[in-house]
Structures are given as structure tokens and as C-alpha cells.
Design a protein around this ligand. Structure first.
Ligand code: ISL
Ligand code: CA
Length: 552
């Protein structure tokens, strides 16, 4: 196929190390724990592992606050463990991509320590302002002002995330060179790529002016895809990843498909993580404003990305990650139809054009968790939200905020991986750093592997199909039934091969009329998420969350 690339044909599996597998009983997942599960990942059939940050860090934001880019956090293990993980993966023809967090460092990084102490060499490594009050009105993604006052330097510094995550000053050539050198250091170790954290926030408008635009996060116009972002990205690619055969995934906030074309494709990144479809179940006030799923909105967004990147560029496909709720709880039904809806979502994920990303536990249909007490919340973003909500007049007690936290907190996907029905779901012999989801006795890897009808086996089957048939990877996408409010249907075509995919996103029974499924040749049913799926006829009846893939 024209434009073929290994990373287009790959399936990515995201490992959140802190919650994957703990081997020394300290309650924190570790690198030896991942090594122990490499065969598990190989059995599942995934090709690439994306590892969330494992670097030295005070863990104010679970490792997205890096204190040393070239060291492994002791709780995760040693550099030797990391080398061994890479080797074990490569031995099985699997690859490893690392998280690259260079919009900011930890305030405990040497660069920041020196910068705050006034070391001239590091003076301009961050955004410092010598003012009496916060220099502008920009807000932090985690709530509150994006500026904090530092007593040592007696100045304000910018942090778009937590106050322990000061933003690096990319205008400073020395910062860029240091970052590129660090990237080359990892590339030379033989990694297979990077996932680049909030990469389109690295350029800020000169002079750091106040934001005057209404109806968006305050400051966004001055730091989301800022004036020099494209130039920095091009420089980064030329100086580092452009010289290696690697996969590059840029996480980009506020980017639509049209803008994405500027950043992906030849001379750019392989693909990018966008957020547009993460807004199909929220109201105007953003992530904590919980709304019901707007399927027509989802169709519009997905179709736009599929069509816009069809000829140049490539899609990253995901329904969940460590910042989002569990997919089955969010877009499916995590009680009566947990199994069916988890499989339906898998069908959807694997039949769009792009590289599918599975977040750990998704392959067994893990669900959102409960937070009966606010003390069970671990995530800094959710904690700030609860604190601000209770300070405002809108909510009187935690009990009132609780449903929102349970539906949206990032902790939902950070609960321990459920391996078995034994203590702590087989994750740890000690006390896990975050509570185990109550459903682990039924939802766990061991049970799923023993049951041929499980979500796990369905993922396996989809991975096999995608590997066997090029049309899954490279086929062109066409939306069918565009106005249907409950069923998402489309066609994929490559040369003489054609796939027809139908997914019922709701718990209703309904019938659809798809001319593509009638005609002279009867299409073959490749896979469906109900055991007793009938051969197709002109009208097809769909049960709750039913999904089918036909091939012609
Ligand atoms: O999680 C979010 C939505 O609730 C976002 O605001 C999130 O912070 C954003 O998607 C950026 O995410 C990345 O950078 C953050 C880190 O906390 C996230 O875990 C990471 O994926 C700062 O490094
Ligand atoms: Ca451990």
C-alpha cells in the first residue's frame, strides 16, 4: 500500500506504570512489574507500548513534573530495569515509546533550582516576571492563576499546570538545545518514539499579554498553538526524531483537523492526540459539565478527522487514556451491557482509519470507580475541582459534587490494573497507592482469558483481523446513515475489499435499513459482539449496543 508505515499498522497499548503491576509490595507499580507482563502484552497482540512518565519526579502530577529527564524514579526501579524492559519488548518484536514532557519541568529540576537562585546561565530558562502582582490574567489548566510567586527570586513564574510545573521558556535557544540533546540521548538508547505531552503549548505570545477573548480558557489565545509553535516543532523534528525511524505522537489541545494538517505528515509528526471527541458529552463549561452523549456530534468530529487526514497525515484513535474516564462507563453502559458495549466500542476503535490506542484495562472492560469520601481522590486536578466547587456557592457538600467526580475524575483510569480476583486484584501485595475498583472480582484478566466470550478475546480477534486485512488499516472511510441519532455506521474500502461497520451506541433495540448490506453478493459477517448474530438481510435488527463488521 502506498504510504505504508509500521506505525500505521501497529496497535498501541498505553501503560500507566504506577497502576500496572507492583512487584515489591510498596503499592506502586514498577518496571519489573511491566517486564513480568510483557508476555501478557504479546499474547494480547499489541505492537507498541506507550509508557507514561517513569522519570525522577516529586510526583505532584504523577510524573508529569520531571526533576531529571535522564533518571528513573526509584519507586519505578532503575535504568537497568528500563533497559531490560526495552530488550524484552524488542525480543518480541514489540516497540516502546516514551512520554516527552518538555512544556514544563518540575520545580525540583536542576534548571529551575538554578534559575530561581539567579544563576546567570539559567536566568531565562523559565518565564519570570518581576512584578508586584500576577503579571497577567492567564489561568492554569488545574484551576486558579497560571502564576505563582517565588520567594527566593522574589519574582512570579508561569505554570500552565500545577505550581510545581513551571513552564520552560522555549524562546531561549539554550532551552531548546538542552531539550533536543536529551531527546537524542533517549533515541540513541534505541527507543521507538515519543508521545509529546501538550506539545502545542510551548510557544507563548511575546510580552505575555492579558487574554481578552471571552468564552475560552483565559490565556488560551496566547499559548495554544502560539506564534512560534510551528517553527519550534519543525526545529525539534529536524534536530531529533526526523533522523530516526520512530513514531511521534503529539498531544495537542484545541487543535482541529484542518490545523492538524500543518503538524502531521511528511516532515512533521506521525499523528496527534486531539481532544475534539472528548467534548461530545460535556456542556459549555468544559470537562466537569457532564452532559449526555451527542452521537451526531461524534459523527461530525470523527468524519471530519477521517476525511481531512485521509490523504496526508494519519489519525490517532483513542476513547480513553490516563486523563479521561473509562470508555465503557463514559460511552457505553457499565452495568447490564458492560460486555456488549465494551465490545461495541472496541469495534468502533479498530475499524476507523488510524492507529488504535488501548489504555490498560480497556481490553477487559474496566469501569469507572466510586469515591465515597473526598479523601479517596488522588488526582491534583480533581482535588482542585472539589476544593473550588465547595468554596463557591454552587455546591454545599462533597455529596453534591461526588457524581461529577465519579463521572470525570482522572483517577477513574488510574485505579490498579485488575489481574485476578485475589487481594488487591493481584496488583500488589501491599497497600495500593490508590483504591482498587470494587468490581475486580468479576472484571479481571484471569477471568477474561478463561472466558472465550470475554471482552479480552474480542480485542484479540479484532487485532488479528486488523493484521490480516489491509482494508482495516488503509481503507478509505465513508460515513453511512449520517442522520441516524443512535447508530454509527460507515464503509471502508481498499481496492476490491469493502468493510461495512455498524455500531449501536445506545441500549435500545432498533432496525436499520442499509442498502449496502443487500444486493447481489451477500456480505460476509466478520465479527459481531453478540454470540448469535444472524446473516444479514436488507433490514437489520440491532440489539442494545450491538456492533457488526461485514466484509465484501
Ligand atoms: O486532563 C485534562 C483534562 O481534564 C487536561 O487538562 C490535561 O491536563 C491535558 O490533557 C494535558 O495532559 C497532559 O499534560 C498534563 C498532565 O497532567 C496529563 O496527565 C498529561 O496527559 C501536564 O503535564
Ligand atoms: Ca513497587
Amino acid at each position: 500500500v502506498d504510504g505504508a508505515q509500521w506505525w500505521k499498522e501497529s496497535v498501541v497499548y498505553q501503560v500507566y506504570p504506577k497502576s500496572f503491576n507492583d512487584t515489591n509490595g510498596d503499592g506502586i507499580g514498577d518496571l519489573p512489574g511491566i517486564i513480568e507482563k510483557v508476555d501478557y502484552l504479546a499474547d494480547l497482540g499489541v505492537d507498541v507500548i506507550w509508557l507514561n512518565p517513569v522519570y525522577a519526579s516529586p510526583m505532584a502530577d504523577n510524573g508529569y513534573d520531571i526533576a531529571d529527564y535522564r533518571a528513573i524514579h526509584p519507586a519505578f526501579g532503575t535504568m537497568d530495569d528500563w533497559e531490560r524492559l526495552l530488550e524484552e519488548l524488542h525480543d518480541r518484536d514489540m516497540r516502546l515509546i516514551m512520554d516527552l514532557v518538555v512544556n514544563h519541568t518540575s520545580d525540583e529540576h536542576e534548571w529551575f533550582i538554578r534559575s530561581r537562585e539567579g544563576d546567570p546561565e539559567y536566568d531565562e530558562y523559565y518565564y519570570w516576571q518581576d512584578t508586584d502582582e500576577r503579571p497577567n490574567n492567564w489561568e492554569s489548566f488545574f484551576g486558579g492563576s497560571a502564576w505563582s510567586y517565588d520567594e527566593t527570586r522574589d519574582e512570579y513564574y508561569l505554570h500552565l499546570f500545577d505550581e510545581k510545573q513551571p513552564d520552560l521558556n522555549w524562546r531561549n535557544e539554550a532551552v531548546r538545545q538542552d531539550v533536543f540533546e536529551m531527546m537524542r540521548w533517549w533515541l540513541e538508547k534505541g527507543i521507538d518514539g515519543f508521545r509529546m505531552d501538550v506539545i502545542n503549548l510551548i510557544s507563548k505570545t511575546e510580552g505575555l499579554p492579558d487574554d481578552t477573548v471571552d468564552g475560552e480558557m483565559t490565556g488560551a489565545e496566547h499559548f495554544v498553538s502560539g506564534p512560534k509553535f510551528k517553527a519550534y516543532l519543525t526545529e525539534l523534528v529536524t534536530e531529533t526524531v526526523g533522523n530516526y525511524d520512530v513514531m511521534t505522537v503529539g498531544e495537542m489541545i484545541g487543535v482541529d483537523a484542518e490545523e492538524a494538517q500543518e503538524y502531521v505528515g511528511e516532515d512533521g509528526l506521525s499523528m496527534l492526540i486531539h481532544f475534539e471527541h472528548m467534548g461530545v458529552d460535556t456542556g459549555d463549561d468544559g470537562k466537569w459539565d457532564v452532559a449526555t452523549l451527542d452521537l451526531l456530534g461524534l459523527k461530525r468530529i470523527i468524519t471530519d478527522w477521517q476525511e481531512t487526514l485521509a490523504d496526508s497525515g494519519w489519525n490517532c484513535l483513542y476513547l480513553s487514556n490516563h486523563d479521561q474516564p473509562r470508555a465503557v462507563s463514559r460511552f457505553g453502559h457499565d452495568e447490564e451491557f458492560r460486555r456488549e458495549s465494551a465490545k461495541m466500542l472496541a469495534t468502533f476503535l479498530f475499524t476507523l482509519q488510524g492507529t488504535p490506542f488501548i489504555y490498560q484495562g480497556q481490553e477487559i472492560g474496566m469501569t469507572n470507580t466510586s469515591f465515597a469520601e473526598s479523601s479517596q481522590i488522588r488526582d491534583v486536578e480533581a482535588r482542585n475541582f472539589v476544593e473550588n466547587a465547595l468554596d463557591s456557592d454552587a455546591y454545599e457538600s462533597y455529596e453534591e459534587v461526588r457524581p461529577i467526580v465519579e463521572s470525570r475524575s482522572r483517577d477513574n483510569t488510574r485505579t490498579p490494573m485488575q489481574w485476578s480476583d485475589t487481594r488487591n486484584a493481584g496488583f500488589s501485595e501491599g497497600e495500593p497507592w490508590i483504591g482498587v475498583n470494587e468490581d475486580y472480582e468479576t472484571v479481571n484478566v484471569e477471568a477474561a482469558r478463561d472466558d472465550p466470550e470475554s471482552v479480552w478475546h474480542y480485542y484479540r480477534d479484532l487485532i488479528d483481523l486488523r493484521e490480516a486485512l489491509d482494508v482495516f488499516v488503509y481503507g478509505e472511510y465513508d460515513l453511512l446513515l449520517p442522520d441516524h441519532t443512535e447508530v454509527f455506521a460507515y464503509r471502508r474500502t481498499l481496492a476490491d475489499d469493502e468493510l461495512i461497520v455498524v455500531c449501536n451506541f445506545f441500549d435500545s433495540e432498533l432496525s436499520i435499513d442499509l442498502p449496502q448490506l443487500t444486493g447481489d453478493e451477500t456480505p460476509e459477517l466478520l465479527i459481531g459482539n453478540y454470540e448469535d448474530t444472524d446473516a444479514p438481510a436488507g433490514d437489520i435488527d440491532l440489539r442494545p449496543y450491538e456492533a457488526r463488521i461485514y466484509k465484501r
